[in-house]
Design a protein. Sequence first.
Length: 255
Amino acid sequence: MKREYSYGSVILVEIIVAVFAFVLNRIFGSNADESIIYNLLSSVITWLGSFIIASGLINNRKGSVGDYLNQLQRLDKKAIIVNLILIVITIVLTFSFGKIGVFDVESKKFNLLSLSVLGTLLLGILSIFTSYANHIVSDPRNKDQSIMDALKSVFAIGIKLFGKTISLYLLYIVLPIILIFGIIVGIVVGTSSPEAGIGIIMLGGGILGLYYILISPLVSARLSDNYLNFTGDIDQEIEKDNPENNNEFTITRNI
């Protein structure tokens, strides 16, 4: 089931996060990619944006950008620790394969391309398995979960929704990008002027970037639909314990 949501609020949150990420990149300069501190801080900024959007899409889908930003009130120790663990795993995988790559070039004992592909594949699988991490830790029905139980839920739900998540990414991201890329390559091959070819490539890159920005809120909304279709919708009743407006949450599950 597809649910209504505030597209404008989601994309504004993404723009705010992108501005912070850009400023951080400028602070670290040319050494940003080689800095573990930068990668950690960048991951934290990205995670906070993802948390705000995921929480907003399951708790206050039609809210304003202010309502979405207020989702930070739901941030607790469990959410922070679970996401830090996932961030550390991602950074370790990234830098491990990077170091192996350097070793490959020097020793010539391994195939650099194969290791790079393997590393990218592992990171991609990890990303899909953890797609619903922020939905889980921001779901008020899970407020009594322990950190370990939350981590188990992240991977358990990620595995159960793996097929739907893959289909979602294929439909909205992978296939459109392949199609646009194929069109660009076809036009460039048929162009006799190198300058025109470069211009077409730059234009195509801009189109791909714009498409990704515009489609990102829709993908986030469909991910939240997958989660709510699996766990059931969250109903709100006016009580004292709601972190936004003192509402208590009751649960509606389809069994």
